[in-house]
Write a protein of this length. Structure first.
Length: 403
């Protein structure tokens, strides 16, 4: 079989993780398990053998998030190496069907939203040769949105709900789409239900009592809401105790229960961010995504064009874009900042005082944009010189703007 580009999703969890892939032009992602599993199980234990040892460790994600040390064979081991070893193991499972498959984009989703942990995931993937140009770490809410919006449109005419029962926690997510915005603005609200978890997991509770607990919870969550579809996911719902009462409460709505929602959504995110557009235009926003488009005009490909430096809806930690520019006599760069929520725009000026005298096509300027938070944008300018005739001054200067 020839080489094929693959969109891969990983739902990283403490005990069992999930892996799925989607091929270009494919309609639905496909779950991938350990090919050595004789039962065809697609949930993959989050355990790994530490390189250089024969020791297998598990239950390490919480420790990494909490910055606790990891030990293998009595020796402390690096968290990034542990993550890299696990990713290497599970990604090898795709080779059975696609032995020459090339990862076009990999999207990892997890419930942990700690920035340090997210950075460690990126470092682990970098060790495998998968840089930020091919990798993303996204919130599960975004995977929920991308999964829903890749279903038939009659399933998301109005708002869509999701009950997630996992790790002794029940969270209700609700997707909202503001179609009065252009493009439509999509957000997700969430609410935790710790009191209902206590009732459902109370020692000695009979399974026949659980549906009434769920009924009260769901009635409260859906009261007064215009909901088209309701999803249930998580091992807490695995035994089906809530199926009948959910179906009864959701008359006139579509009800689904399954375990692949997040990992399939990650595959759809991978496909969309790779440029194979299959979805109607929309803007997803949460507290970790930047609210602005940042762009500039430049002459390229024989005409003046708008160059997108950072796109609204991108997680701030994902933004890291660099472009080389040659000034045509201008001593400043005009950066356009468009706020997609407020529908407003303004221009920010970056001066190039450090290389005056060489701005008439005699200097190559490196412009890098990145974020240090959702509202803190950092521009870095570098004098790269212009061949042997105009060597670089090695000047580097930065400017930070608050959004």
């Amino acid at each position: 079989m020839g080489q094929r580009s693959l969109y891969i999703g990983v739902d990283l969890r403490e005990e069992y993780s999930q892996l799925a892939l989607l091929v270009p032009q494919g309609q639905e992602p496909k779950p991938v398990g350990d090919p050595r599993d004789e039962f065809g199980e697609t949930k993959i234990p989050t355990v790994v053998t530490i390189p250089g040892t024969k020791e297998t460790i598990g239950h390490y994600l919480e420790k990494i998030v909490n910055d606790e040390p990891l030990y293998a064979a009595g020796v402390e081991t690096d968290a990034v190496n542990v993550l890299a070893a696990y990713f290497q193991k599970i990604l090898s499972f795709t080779r059975r069907e696609y032995p020459e498959g090339m990862i076009r984009r990999l999207v990892v989703t997890t419930k942990y939203r700690d920035f340090r942990f997210v950075s460690q995931i990126y470092q682990a993937l970098e060790k495998l040769g998968i840089g930020k140009d091919r990798a993303m770490v996204v919130d599960r809410r975004q995977c929920f949105v991308y999964y829903v919006l890749n279903q038939k449109k009659d399933l998301w005419v109005n708002q869509v709900g999701l009950f997630d029962y996992e790790d002794h926690e029940i969270t209700y997510y609700q997707m909202h789409m503001d179609r009065y915005q252009h493009p439509p603005l999509v957000t997700v609200s969430q609410k935790e239900y710790p009191d209902y978890v206590k009732m459902l997991e109370e020692p000695g509770i009979d399974i026949s009592e659980k549906p009434s607990v769920v009924e009260t919870m769901v009635q409260g969550a859906l009261h007064g809401q215009v909901i088209t579809s309701v999803y249930m996911t998580g091992k807490g719902f695995a035994d089906g105790f809530a199926d009948a009462v959910m179906t009864q409460l959701c008359v006139g709505r579509h009800v689904f229960r399954g375990d692949n929602l997040y990992v399939f959504g990650a595959c759809f995110v991978a496909r969309e961010y790779s440029g194979e557009k299959k979805m109607e235009p929309f803007l997803y926003m949460d507290e970790d995504t930047i609210p602005v488009n940042i762009s500039m005009q430049a002459y390229t490909n024989a005409k003046v064009q708008e160059i997108m430096l950072a796109k609204a809806g991108t997680p701030w930690y994902q933004v890291d874009y660099e472009v080389d520019l040659i000034s045509d006599g201008e001593d400043e760069l005009q950066i356009r900042v468009s706020d997609m929520r407020k529908r407003s725009a303004h221009t920010h000026i970056l001066t190039m005082d450090g290389i005056r005298g060489r701005l008439d096509r005699k200097a190559r300027i490196g412009l890098q944009i990145r974020f240090a938070g959702v509202d803190k944008c950092i521009f870095t300018l570098r004098d790269k010189g212009f061949g042997n005739f105009f060597p670089s001054s090695h000047r580097i200067w930065e400017e930070t703007i608050m959004l």
